[in-house]
Design a protein around this ligand. Structure first.
Ligand code: AMP
Length: 186
């Protein structure tokens, strides 16, 4: 099973993606996690990405696209996957379509968790206190939300047209959302 998880920051997509990956034995690939690890390790990628991340902006497409290309080339995605946090722009989504075609990968579903802005702000403030992520301040979060609405939301149409988009209301308990997610992919 090959899946993409979509949703604004704080929609719970990371939590749900990890849980579903475990349940269905899929590889969970979070570009945010890969980038945070790269920043921590001080790699070239990390050095290039850090400034964008702390400002709540998107890292340039070419960096992220090559990261995914490497994962596909290494065979990391061959037994089923959940992409979490990628694609996030129209050019990324177009490149991913091409990568899928070239490697004969079929996308089964794009799962969209829908959560309103007020609820997101509330959740992220809680997460900032718990995890201390550098990009969880209110100002940065407002920026990340705006970036999501402007740059990422347009890709929903692409998956709607491919008839793979499933929208799940994300303002619910994690267990109820998970039940809806499981139902959507079965
Ligand atoms: P996330 O953990 O998915 O919220 O990602 C944290 C940050 O990493 C984002 O705010 C971006 O700066 C960067 N990032 C993660 N995935 C992508 C992507 N697909 N394209 C561009 N930037 C990304």
């Amino acid at each position: 099973m090959n899946l993409i998880f979509l949703g604004p920051p704080g929609s719970g997509k990371g939590t749900q993606a990890v849980r579903l990956a475990e349940e269905k034995s899929l590889v969970h690939l979070s570009t945010g996690d890969v980038l945070r690890a790269a920043v921590k390790a001080g790699t070239e990628l990390g050095k290039k990405a850090e400034g964008f991340m702390t400002r709540g902006e998107l890292v340039p497409d070419d960096l992220i696209i090559s990261l995914i290309e490497e994962k596909i080339a290494a065979g990391d995605l061959k037994n089923g996957f959940i992409l979490d946090g990628f694609p996030r722009t129209v050019p990324q989504a177009k490149s991913l379509d091409e990568m899928f075609k070239k490697n004969r990968i079929t996308l089964d579903k794009a799962i969209l968790l829908e959560v309103g802005d007020a609820e997101i702000l509330k959740r992220i403030k809680g997460r900032a206190e718990k995890e201390g992520r550098a990009d969880d301040t209110e100002e940065v979060i407002m920026n990340r939300l705006e970036v999501y609405r402007k740059q990422t939301q347009p890709i929903e149409d692409r998956y709607r047209e491919q008839s793979v988009l499933v929208t799940i209301p994300g303002e619910n308990t994690p267990d109820n959302i998970f039940a809806a997610v499981v139902k959507a992919v079965s």
